[in-house]
Design a protein. Structure first.
Lengths: 103, 157
């Protein structure tokens, strides 16, 4: 089971700012271990953020996104108390979805 | 074993109606299609090929795309913060391209209506390179570049 994400969502004016910190190795597939064997690539491929059932951001990532990825974005709408869900799927098919309450 | 089910079990009673609704929406076929990972684009090895794989050609240089809070010199190539703001009207997608990485494309963000065309994330860079912000707006492609110097590479051992 992948580790949970840290999500913070703040509403001000008419926009909601979302900051996400994910826990993932984001192995590139370029590195070698001490025996000289290539460490297989392992990285998040797709990320989707939804609020009230509406997709507010979707992303496709390659292995060049840094380890324990950080993501921040803003969207219009949302209100204090609403939930924001972030979900990712990696190249091994592992998934994780977390949600946060807009503050 | 279905990890989503595991998670649902673990989350258990804490699962709100909203989460269930979203989970149901998650499985809609059009959502699934939108989630397909664009392997051919992520396999490309040059900026031109990446633009082509994303469905564009000859992107126009644009002054409406800016890098904010992005360093000129990154001490550690494994963690390079990149923030891109697009002021191009009707921005639909923002992609981050790193010219001298083993694979050029780092990330693509689809910006639905109502979401600000501004994203921040952190990427890995193998070496000093031009970083391109590619923006798709109204079906046209716009690009802006910034050189980031890397003193310690983030790929390879």
């Amino acid at each position: 089971m992948p580790d949970p994400m840290k999500i913070r969502a703040n509403h001000s004016g008419d926009t909601t700012e979302v900051k996400v910190l994910m826990n993932h190795e984001m192995e590139t597939g370029q590195r070698k271990d001490s025996q000289g064997k290539v460490i297989p690539a392992w990285f998040i491929q797709t990320v989707t953020a939804t609020c009230n059932g509406k997709t507010v951001l979707s992303a496709q990532w390659g292995p060049a996104v840094a380890k324990n990825p950080f993501l921040s974005f803003k969207f219009k709408g949302g209100a204090k108390g609403d939930k924001v869900q972030i979900a990712w799927v990696d190249n091994r098919g592992e998934k994780r979805m977390d949600e946060a309450t807009i503050a | 074993m279905d990890p989503a089910r595991r998670q649902a079990l673990r989350t258990g009673s804490g699962m709100t109606l909203l989460a269930l609704v979203a989970a149901a929406g998650w499985l809609r076929p059009e959502e699934a299609a939108a989630q397909a990972w664009n392997k051919s684009a992520f396999d490309t090895k040059s900026v031109d090929d990446t633009v082509k794989a994303l469905g564009g050609s000859a992107p126009a240089q644009s002054k409406d795309i800016t890098f904010v809070a992005t360093p000129d010199i990154a001490e550690n190539g494994a963690v390079v913060p990149v923030s891109i703001v697009s002021n191009v009207p009707n921005t639909q997608a923002i992609a981050i391209l790193i010219e001298k990485n083993p694979n050029t494309l780092a990330a693509v963000f689809d910006i639905p209506a109502g979401t600000d065309p501004a994203i921040s994330t952190r990427v890995k860079m193998a070496q000093t390179s031009n970083v391109y912000a590619l923006v798709k707006a109204d079906g046209k492609f716009h690009v802006a570049a910034k050189e980031i110097k890397v003193t310690l590479g983030g790929c390879g051992g």
